[in-house]
Design a protein. Structure first.
Length: 134
């Protein structure tokens, strides 16, 4: 975990992506390094203008490999804060699940995952509203 945190710090602060030959265990970190290589041009474009940082770049790519990075790169700081504000009505466990799973998976790009998450949210609210009237 320390290697992942150090690598993410170097990626965001210094725009440094380690080479696959310099990773301590390539079998363990191969997917992570590939994601960093994919995000590198997106991060460079995102940091190229203060306007991009504040308001985002829009959906310039179809797939971002991460729901969190999709929110940050597409909607900027203001849009990401709005998403967080509007998601505060979600149950805590669903908010935590979306955050943790969204780090490495673009949750709502896949129609199957989006459909299942929507059904889960609807059933949760239906169940909680039905229990209020008992």
């Amino acid at each position: 975990i320390i290697y992942l945190l150090k690598t993410l710090y170097n990626f965001f602060v210094y725009n440094y992506v380690p080479k696959q030959t310099s990773t301590p265990d390539l079998a363990l970190y191969y997917s992570f390094i590939n994601r960093l290589e994919f995000w590198h041009p997106l991060l460079a474009n995102f940091k190229s203008s203060y306007f991009n940082i504040i308001f985002g770049m829009g959906n310039t790519h179809i797939y971002y490999e991460s729901f969190i990075f999709r929110c940050i790169f597409s909607y900027g700081i203001i849009g990401s804060l709005l998403i967080i504000y509007f998601s505060l009505k979600l149950p805590l466990f669903l908010f935590i699940f979306t955050f943790l799973a969204g780090l490495t998976f673009d949750l709502y790009f896949s129609s199957k995952v989006f459909f299942m998450a929507s059904l889960f949210i609807l059933s949760y609210y239906h169940y909680s509203n039905a229990n209020k009237f008992k």
